[in-house]
Design a protein around this ligand. Structure first.
Ligand code: GDP
Length: 303
């Protein structure tokens, strides 16, 4: 119900565009496919994934000789579910973490995408499930980043490990995992700086943060979560490209889906980069983070 509400904009817009694309048409022909292509691209599904979807529908039209437009929603839904299933195999509906103690998540993404907010929301969810959480303020580039994380630490009442602005992010990460082990913590969330204008530095910094953590926990980080703003379309694709080049990203959080009419980013980025979407942000409040459920997500588009 909250997902439906959060995604209302994506839903109404996608469905209304779809119905315009097929208005007055009984069968799926080249013109309908062209219009469908426009609908998918303008919903931020991304060109590569759109072409993939269109090709699959063309194959079905060729195979079955005839495809009525009233069946198009159903077919499209099957194809999109199929694509999402390739990367999002699990049916996780709760905030669970794998059995590693502590489970270390390194959180990456550029400023403004909702990285700090997502960390705060996650801390809250994990804590509510009885897990002991520690935050690490390894985005030392901006004083505001450290302060904002502190606000979330206070709000959710979880410990935060921080140093002065400008200190070595790797040193903060090291401190954080070391303290987490001492405190017998369950989950560690490490905030990192995301300055894309200097790609080589970004790569170096993230590898150093990882390397240093591994002195304490050899297989850390267990997860590298990339946070993307779902309302930024092409920028989100570009950021995914840059971060996947800089480090091994293992999961995605797509934020601000409440504020966009184009939730297609979720489908395109997951497909193009073959990374599962783990969480979606649907508002600014602490409870406005959801575990991504592909079935509910696709339903919310097509119901
Ligand atoms: P950071 O710079 O990446 O750490 O970004 P912040 O976490 O500070 O978030 C930037 C802004 O986006 C803040 O005003 C947040 O309240 C807002 N924000 C974060 N996630 C969401 C979301 O899912 N929906 C909406 N509407 N706003 C969000």
């Amino acid at each position: 119900e909250t997902l439906d509400k959060g995604l209302e904009k994506s839903k109404s817009s996608f469905l209304s565009k779809m119905s315009k694309a097929v208005a007055g048409k009984s069968k799926v022909d080249d013109e309908v496919l062209d219009d469908l292509e426009d609908v998918l691209v303008s919903s931020d599904v991304g060109v590569a994934t759109t072409i993939k979807i269109i090709n699959r529908i063309e194959d079905r039209v060729a195979r079955d000789k005839y495809l009525g437009t009233e069946e198009l929603n159903k077919i499209l839904r099957e194809e999109i579910s199929g694509l999402l299933s390739e990367t999002n195999s699990g049916e996780a509906t709760d905030f669970v973490v794998p059995n590693k103690k502590p489970y270390v998540m390194m959180v990456v993404g550029v400023n403004g995408v909702g990285k700090t907010t997502t960390i705060g929301k996650l801390a809250n969810q994990f804590k509510n499930r009885g897990l002991k959480v520690v935050l690490g303020a390894a985005d030392t580039f901006r004083a505001a980043a450290i302060d904002q994380l502190q606000v979330w630490a206070d709000r959710t009442d979880v410990p935060i490990i921080r140093q002065e602005m400008g200190s070595d992010p790797a040193s903060v990460a090291f401190d954080t995992v070391q303290k987490a082990v001492q405190m017998d913590a369950d989950v560690v969330l490490i905030d990192t700086a995301g300055r894309l204008h200097n790609k080589v530095n970004l790569m170096k910094e993230l590898s150093k943060v990882k390397r240093v953590m591994q002195k304490v926990i050899p297989d850390a980080p267990h997860e590298v979560l990339l946070v993307l703003d779902g309302s930024t379309g092409q920028n989100a694709f570009e950021q995914a490209k840059q971060f996947t080049a800089a480090t091994e990203v293992t999961s995605l959080a797509v934020t601000k889906l409440d504020g966009t009419a184009k939730g297609g980013v979720v489908i395109g980025i997951s497909d193009q980069f073959q990374i599962p979407v783990k969480y979606i942000g649907v508002g600014e409040r602490v409870e406005d983070l959801q575990v991504f459920n592909k079935i509910e997500f696709v339903d919310s588009f097509f119901k």
